[in-house]
Design a protein around this ligand. Structure first.
Ligand SMILES: C[S@@+](CC[C@H](N)C(=O)[O-])C[C@H]1O[C@@H](n2cnc3c(N)ncnc32)[C@H](O)[C@@H]1O
Length: 355
């Protein structure tokens, strides 16, 4: 965590004796920078096998020992490494969330995070205009090598978040009896579809996305050995007509982190097309940052507010529960339910298609 205060520091900060804004900057962005750098250098994975001295670690990472020491000391102070008996080792938090061998590693999302931070360079323009300033990564020319690298990093980051944090969502969704067909709208990396197919071995998922997203999904399918369980269809979810793409109805449709990309009228129209693909009694599962679903959590509030800022900059926004409920009901859904999650900043909404 950027702020790991001792009890005395915490007390002094509460009494407004310490200059708290100095912790938010430059300390917080500095900690972000050392964390990303450590992931890029693979410091944590190299230390994942054994604790190492500075000298050995510098040799393995091909770094200058004194230069590396500056980074390692900061990682110790920030809580990512221990330094004991002349050797460095990973902390418990690092082992769980940052080692590539951990099933819940979010290191790919950390590596993607500078791309998000770069969007905030446009903050002042957004404040002055409340308008889109740059394009979404999906609208960039995917034939350019630099955009291919950026998109691959983006999808890998999202996939790691889905794999690490998605099981809570999947455990809260009651699948319709005998459900076998799932549509993942804008499902790209396919990690959520994989979780649903693992929960229900009879399930087959169809992932709809643009070409670079599908490439990411195919990588996941091969990596997770789920090729037989997943199909991919290249489509534009806003422009294409869904009923012409699918002959058989689906039991479940996922609309995960799509709403914040689109303006209200496009969400309404896209959700209506998604609902058309469902059988009566089928369920629609909606996941996104929902502005009034932060449940008094400061972490959730920060996450949702930063997402809204990011999305407005690229032409989207975040919505309150009532708006989502109205879209779903207008599209022919009922029993619209909001589920409270432990994962901060994510809201889960489910609805059933009218018989
Ligand atoms: C924020 S990501 C969410 C990915 C995934 N559903 C998740 O929750 O992690 C948005 C997804 O929508 C896809 N997407 C954006 N615009 C699209 C369009 N017009 N047609 C098809 N897919 C689109 C992107 O490629 C990306 O996979």
């Amino acid at each position: 965590m950027p702020l790991r205060l001792t009890p005395l520091e915490y007390m002094l900060s509460r009494l407004n004796i310490l200059p708290t804004p100095l912790f938010d900057t430059p300390l917080a962005p500095g900690i972000a920078k050392i964390l990303v750098t450590a992931c890029e250098l693979e410091v944590f994975d190299v230390l994942g096998k054994q604790r190492l001295t500075l000298q050995v670690l510098a040799e393995k990472l091909n770094c200058h020992p004194q230069g590396l020491q500056l980074l390692l000391q900061l990682l110790v102070s920030a809580g990512y490494l221990h330094y004991r008996q002349n050797t460095y080792s990973n902390t418990r938090m690092t082992r769980r969330w940052l080692l590539s061998s951990s099933p819940v590693s979010i290191a790919p999302y950390i590596l993607h995070s500078p791309d998000i931070v770069a969007i905030w360079d446009h903050l002042s323009e957004v404040i002055h205009t409340d308008a889109q300033v740059i394009r979404m990564p999906y609208e960039e020319d995917a034939s350019l090598p630099e955009n291919q690298i950026l998109l691959a990093r983006h999808y890998a980051g999202l996939a790691s978040l889905a794999t690490a944090l998605g099981s809570e969502i999947i455990s809260r969704v009651s699948m319709p009896p005998n459900a076998t067909r799932l549509l993942d709208v804008g499902g790209s990396h396919a990690a959520y579809s994989v979780l649903f197919c693992r929960k229900n071995p009879r399930m087959h998922a169809t992932i709809m996305d643009i070409q670079p997203g599908i490439e990411a999904g195919i990588r996941t399918a091969k990596h997770m050995k789920m090729v037989d369980k997943l199909s991919f269809i290249e489509a534009n979810i806003v422009q294409d007509d869904f009923p012409t793409l699918f002959s058989d109805p689906f039991d479940i449709a996922l609309y995960f982190h799509i709403a914040h990309l689109l303006q209200p009228e496009l969400n309404q129209a896209t959700l209506a097309k998604v609902v058309q693909t469902l059988r009566p009694g089928g369920i629609l599962v909606f996941v996104d940052q929902v502005t009034d679903q932060t449940h008094g959590s400061r972490l959730a509030s920060l996450m949702v507010q930063f997402m809204a800022l990011t999305m407005v900059t690229v032409g989207g926004t975040c919505y309150p529960f009532q708006t989502v409920k109205e879209w779903l009901e207008l599209a022919g859904m009922e029993q619209v339910r909001n589920h409270r999650l432990i994962t901060p900043g994510a809201a889960l909404i489910t609805a059933v298609k009218k018989a």
